[in-house]
Design a protein around this ligand. Structure first.
Ligand SMILES: [Zn+2]
Length: 191
């Protein structure tokens, strides 16, 4: 397809494909180019300003899947230790994509069953954040190893697709809160 053919463009798109789009930043019709992100999303960026203008239709919906496991810590959690799962996505049209942890906080805050989520059992909690990919494949994006004792949560946070990302957080938590609320508070505390 010619780069400037604006009449037939139904996808599925591939990285490098061009598409005309109205850029919310430039506020005019521009050419955009699809690029693959680390998290598997195929997004269109404005050729003029480089900002996000859309997402490939075949990439949607791409929910975050946030799994809470009792115990763990370093080991691959056993399915029998699965406490609960939260799924959802927040896609900010016309603005840059949320950073992963910001999106995860929003998904956890929006979780309809938040108040039915289980409380901590024991001291350790493992959280896996992945992106659902075409309903079947999960791409693991990050893992949190959380230890909660004496009202303090200590979390080691690893970025699975960002191997250089590893941080430790320590914050006061209400141990009576459920795991969804506690993990949202931990992620919210990240810089
Ligand atoms: Zn633009």
């Amino acid at each position: 397809m010619a780069k400037h053919d604006r009449t037939v463009n139904v996808g599925p798109y591939e990285a490098g494909d061009s598409r005309a789009a109205v850029c919310p930043h430039c506020e005019i019709l521009v050419d955009s180019t699809f690029v693959s992100q680390e998290d598997g999303l195929l997004v269109a960026v404005c050729d003029v300003c480089g900002q996000l203008v859309g997402i490939a239709s075949q990439s949607q919906p791409l929910e975050l899947r946030i799994e809470f496991y009792e115990g763990g810590h370093g080991a691959i959690p056993d399915e029998s230790a699965l406490m609960c799962v939260v799924e959802g996505y927040c896609f900010p049209y016309g603005r840059p994509l949320f950073e992963l942890f910001e999106e995860a906080v929003r998904v956890l805050d929006l979780c309809r069953d938040k108040y039915a989520a289980p409380n901590m059992v024991g001291t350790f909690l493992t959280v896996r954040i992945s992106r659902k990919w075409r309903e079947t494949v999960n791409t693991l994006l990050a893992r949190l190893d959380v230890r909660i004792a004496n009202g303090m949560a200590e979390a080691r946070i690893f970025g699975a697709t960002l191997p250089q990302y590893e941080t430790n957080r320590s914050l006061v938590v209400d141990e009576d809160h459920n795991v969804v609320t506690i993990v949202a508070d931990i992620l919210r505390s990240l810089p």
